[in-house]
Design a protein around this ligand. Structure first.
Ligand SMILES: [Fe+2]
Ligand SMILES: [Fe+2]
Length: 223
């Protein structure tokens, strides 16, 4: 991360990252992964690293304002953040705001700019273990009527299968070769339902025995 301006980084670490404290699936566990992938893409396409870091850092920061439209709230937060004016010009801030607004995976139309394509792709989970963590937490929180592991797993699995596009793939806007390779491996593993179930079961056992499940239900504010 040596290409990101240190003062900018410090500002974001102390002023934006705390907004994720009460989030699990959308907390730093996730944001750090999005930052990593976003910087990888910035490196690959020779994009502005400060912009890439800022976009990834703010992309879900609007969750505690309005979770249904968090991408718009995150965009507002970025667009109205006067401190960013010290690091970026108006045109760069507009690009970053649009990128954040366009990041959601459920979006059917192409993001308005390439940074938006990158953050949307960086937002995808192509690591089953991390996906299991995030999805099970979300499921526990949003579907309190589901009781058993099997019920939660079934819901998570079906939900994700619906994200497969008409070409039979999990969507990527950039088609970046590094992400495509990761996606293809992920698809192979995930579509092997028995394998996916084993990984989800291990995560379920872990959070059930170490207190994380209670913390997800009672402390974290994810949806
Ligand atoms: Fe998001
Ligand atoms: Fe996200």
């Amino acid at each position: 991360m040596k290409d990101v301006d240190d003062t900018l980084k410090q500002y974001i670490i102390y002023n934006i990252f705390p907004r994720y404290d009460r989030y699990y699936s959308h907390g730093m566990l996730h944001v750090e992964k999005v930052i990593d992938d976003m910087l990888m893409l910035a490196d690959y396409y020779d994009l502005d690293k400060n912009m890439a870091y800022t976009i990834a850092s703010y992309h879900d920061a609007g969750l505690n304002v309005d979770r249904e439209h968090h991408e718009l709230e995150s965009g507002k937060l970025l667009g109205n953040d006067a401190r960013l004016g010290e690091f970026f010009d108006k045109a760069q801030i507009k690009i970053m705001k649009e990128a954040v607004e366009d990041h959601r995976g459920s979006r059917k139309t192409r993001p308005r700019n390439f940074y938006g394509e990158c953050v949307s792709d960086a937002d995808r989970d192509f690591d089953i273990a991390l996906l299991a963590k995030r999805q099970l937490a979300t499921s526990l929180k949003n579907y309190p009527d589901l009781r058993t592991f099997d019920e939660h797993f079934e819901r998570c699995y079906q939900y994700l299968l619906r994200r497969i596009n008409s070409a039979g793939n999990f969507n990527l806007w950039t088609n970046n070769p590094i992400l495509v390779e990761r996606r293809n491996q992920f698809q192979k593993d995930f579509l092997n339902e028995a394998l996916a179930r084993t990984i989800y079961q291990a995560e379920w056992n872990r959070i059930s025995s170490n207190g994380t499940k209670e913390k997800i239900l009672n402390y974290y504010e994810d949806y």
